[in-house]
Design a binder for this molecule. Structure first.
Ligand SMILES: [Zn+2]
Length: 111
């Protein structure tokens, strides 16, 4: 699982953000180079806007959900390095989810 300290902007309050703010966060984040050399991709929370670079140990749970939910892009990549050209969006995250709630959707987007 992604660790709180891995998330950039972890002090952001876990309230629902607007579509505009969310789009803005993504645009800014993906225009920057990865901070961690070992990062595989990025993951954004659609609910609160929190995001972080995803390491290999966490990427598989995202991938599994894209497969389980038959996301249109789930078969579009061939090797893990290619995932640097994608980012993921979850419907909630560790910080904002309610007790007992789980990630239900993982969207995959090509940069
Ligand atoms: Zn969140």
């Amino acid at each position: 699982m992604i660790r709180t300290e891995d998330l950039i902007g972890a002090t952001r309050s876990p309230e629902k953000i607007s579509e505009e703010d969310f789009a803005d966060i993504i645009t800014k984040a993906i225009s920057k180079p990865y901070e961690k050399p070992e990062a595989i991709s990025r993951c954004f929370c659609r609910h609160c806007g929190l995001y972080g670079e995803v390491l290999e140990e966490y990427i598989w749970s995202l991938i599994k959900t894209t497969i389980a939910t038959q996301h249109p892009l789930h078969v579009s990549w061939k090797n893990i390095q290619e995932l640097r050209e994608y980012y993921f969006i979850t419907d909630n995250c560790e910080i904002c989810r309610q007790k007992g709630e789980r990630v239900k959707t993982v969207e995959m987007k090509k940069i």
